[in-house]
Write a protein that binds this ligand. Structure first.
Ligand SMILES: Nc1ncnc2c1ncn2[C@@H]1O[C@H](COP(=O)(O)OP(=O)(O)OP(=O)(O)O)[C@@H](O)[C@H]1O
Length: 609
């Protein structure tokens, strides 16, 4: 760490904090990982005032930045900066509140406008293991919305491929369902963007919205701006043209949501023009070794970022660990982390998608049995295993709540809120009931599925439930076929009992840890990713390949001190050659005989609530 570097880095950050943006101006702050983007945004909001009676909109794609801003404003005793006229929240919430919801037609009058985070949250939008999120939709010129013909994405965010016969069944279902749900008043992010653009492009309505937004907000800061879709950029263009100053804060090397923007048929959208750009190239988070590794994974050649923080000394070498599914590198990595005195809560295990994480640790990606009991078991196992990826645990909690709604007989396929309204139950009561069930249901150990089910029925029967539909729908039915004498952990989708405590730390998929950091990060890197890394700089990469590489760039740049790369044994030499090519200090770890590793405390992660 050099004092000169730190002074230069601080001066650049301060310049970004104080940047003046004229009316209608668009300034971009491009910053490397760990450059302190979140810090710059918080400082600007805390220290650069806006005119009286006006607010600042600080929008982000993830909740991490919003949480950090709320924490800092609260610590500084400046809670008023979180309240109206300011806005601190996700871009989706901003669009809904300020550009979409107030301007939706009131007809037909029985239509209730409901915003969903994604279609997968709505039972009516799911069918045979997919949801409406897994399709692209043609643009429908009459409504100005993407609710036309549905096409399954060959590659989905979750990496599943579909056969021709699956397509023939699923695409017509999605085409009919999306329109029906839109007519009922449901919205997701994509439809919301369409509606926002329609509103802004309408001359009279657009002028009205522009006046309202610019009289309320003095400027808008967009965090993670590299993840703006072309629709988002077009919306921002309209706001800027209305006179709203925009500050975009992002890192193009961390752009990993390109797969989302595939909609077709809409007339060309206006492009957002950047008037000025500032760069931050000092990394306050990571050691120089981590910065060197990241430079070799960056799609475009650029010198390594300059390590500037407390961990900026070169740091321990990158570990190269042999890894196969079911016989992973975690135990050896945990040992090295132990040696470096890195505590368990400062360790992360990351993979491109959930299926690349060891099932021993996190269970299967989806319930292995679709029966009510199978879904209950999977959700309980996933929530009790602290190693299941955060997004999977969130899905599991949603499913557990659905199981209870089914158990209470509140059916209908609508949203949770709609089902609860049938019995006049508050959402918090459902959360409490789900937490209690999670705590009190028997352990998922080697008792048989039949025995577990009988014990579970007692717990569920003891649970108070709304009295309107007192029909117990589900769990006393038969065990899924062939499972009644099998150990219950197997039926739940695990390869060992979900019981004990475990030294791996947080596990997750890379897309979900943007903005986070940890001392030690173990990244599961399959053979094709190693091959891609090797090809970097030797041949042009396709768009999808470049995006894949960026995902691994995001993964390794979460680390402060230690990065482990878990690579298939046959690809170790190749990975070592690549590290050598980029001059990255590294060490190969030979696999040691494995001990069985116990799993974490049951309620470790109820924090997802
Ligand atoms: N001026 C500074 N002095 C000391 N520490 C800093 C400074 N700026 C940032 N940091 C620290 O560096 C780390 C990274 O900061 P931050 O999370 O804001 O970076 P970021 O640019 O948002 O990173 P990424 O894009 O990789 O998520 C944090 O731990 C933060 O506290």
């Amino acid at each position: 760490m050099s004092a000169d570097n730190q002074n230069r880095a601080r001066a650049a950050q301060q310049a970004a904090v104080r940047l003046a943006v004229p009316a209608g101006g668009v300034v971009e702050i491009r910053a490397c990982p760990g450059a302190g983007k979140t810090r710059v945004i918080v400082e600007r909001h805390l220290t650069v005032p806006v005119p009286a009676r006006k607010g600042r909109a600080v929008v982000s794609f993830t909740r991490v930045a919003g949480r950090e801003i709320r924490r800092r404003c609260h610590e500084e005793g400046r809670d008023e900066l979180l309240e109206s006229p300011h806005f601190v929240g996700t871009l989706d919430t901003f669009l809904w509140r300020h550009l979409v919801r107030p301007y939706l037609s009131r007809k037909p009058s029985d239509r209730v406008w409901t915003r969903l985070e994604s279609w997968s949250k709505l039972p009516l939008a799911r069918h045979k293991g997919v949801s409406l999120d897994d399709f692209d939709y043609a643009f429908d010129a009459r409504s100005g919305l993407h609710i036309g013909r549905a096409t399954l994405r060959g590659r989905t965010a979750k990496g599943r491929e579909f056969s021709e016969s699956e397509r023939r069944i699923l695409e017509p279902w999605a085409t009919t369902t999306i329109r029906a749900l839109w007519e009922k008043g449901y919205f997701t992010g994509d439809l919301m963007r369409d509606a926002a653009l329609n509103h802004l492009q309408d001359p009279a309505l657009g002028a009205l919205i522009s006046t309202i937004v610019t009289s309320r907000f003095a400027e808008m800061i967009v965090d993670e701006s590299q993840d703006c879709s072309k629709e988002d950029r077009a919306i921002l263009h309209h706001l800027s043209a209305a006179g709203l100053p925009l500050v975009l804060v992002g890192d193009p090397d961390q752009s990993i949501y390109g797969f989302r923007s595939k909609s077709t048929g809409r007339p060309a959208l206006p492009e957002l023009v950047i008037n000025d750009r500032k760069e931050l190239t000092h990394n306050w988070r990571s050691s120089q070794t981590v910065c060197d590794l990241a430079a070799g994974l960056r799609v475009h050649e650029r010198p390594a970022d300059i390590a500037t923080g407390l961990d900026s000394a070169s740091g321990p070498p990158v570990l190269l660990l042999p890894h196969e599914r079911g016989a992973g590198a975690e135990a050896d990595f945990a040992k090295e982390a132990e040696r470096l005195e890195i505590p368990v809560n400062e360790r992360m295990l990351l993979a491109y998608n959930g299926s690349a994480l060891p099932t021993r640790v996190g269970g299967t990606r989806r319930p292995p049995h679709s029966s009510p009991l199978g879904r209950l078991l999977w959700s309980v196992g996933t929530l009790r295993s602290g190693e299941s990826p955060a997004a999977r645990r969130a899905d599991a909690f949603g499913l557990l709540k659905e199981c209870l709604l089914d158990h209470w007989g509140l059916e209908g396929g609508g949203t949770e809120r709609e089902r609860l309204a049938m019995a006049n139950v508050e959402p918090v009561e459902l959360i409490r009931a789900a937490s209690r069930v999670l705590r009190e249901l028997p352990p998922l150990d080697d008792r048989t599925t039949r025995v577990w089910k009988e014990e579970a029925m007692k717990t569920l029967s003891a649970l108070d439930r709304p009295s309107v539909h007192p029909r117990r729908v589900v769990f006393d039915s038969a065990c899924p076929r062939g499972t009644s004498s099998a150990p219950v952990y197997k039926t739940a989708g695990f390869t060992a009992g979900v019981t004990g405590a475990e030294p791996i730390g947080r596990a997750g998929i890379i897309h979900q840890v943007k903005g986070e950091e940890a001392d030690a990060v173990l990244v599961v890197m399959p053979g094709n990713a190693v091959a891609l890394w090797e090809a970097r700089g030797r041949r042009p990469l396709t768009r999808d390949e470049a995006e894949t590489l960026r995902v691994y760039f995001v993964a390794v740049t979460r680390a402060r001190k230690l990065v482990g790369l878990a690579v298939p044994p046959n690809d170790l030499d190749r990975a070592a050659r690549v590290l050598h090519r980029y001059g990255v200090d590294h060490r190969r770890v030979r696999q040691e005989p494995r001990k069985s590793v116990p799993l974490p405390d049951a309620l470790f992660d109820i924090g997802i609530l």
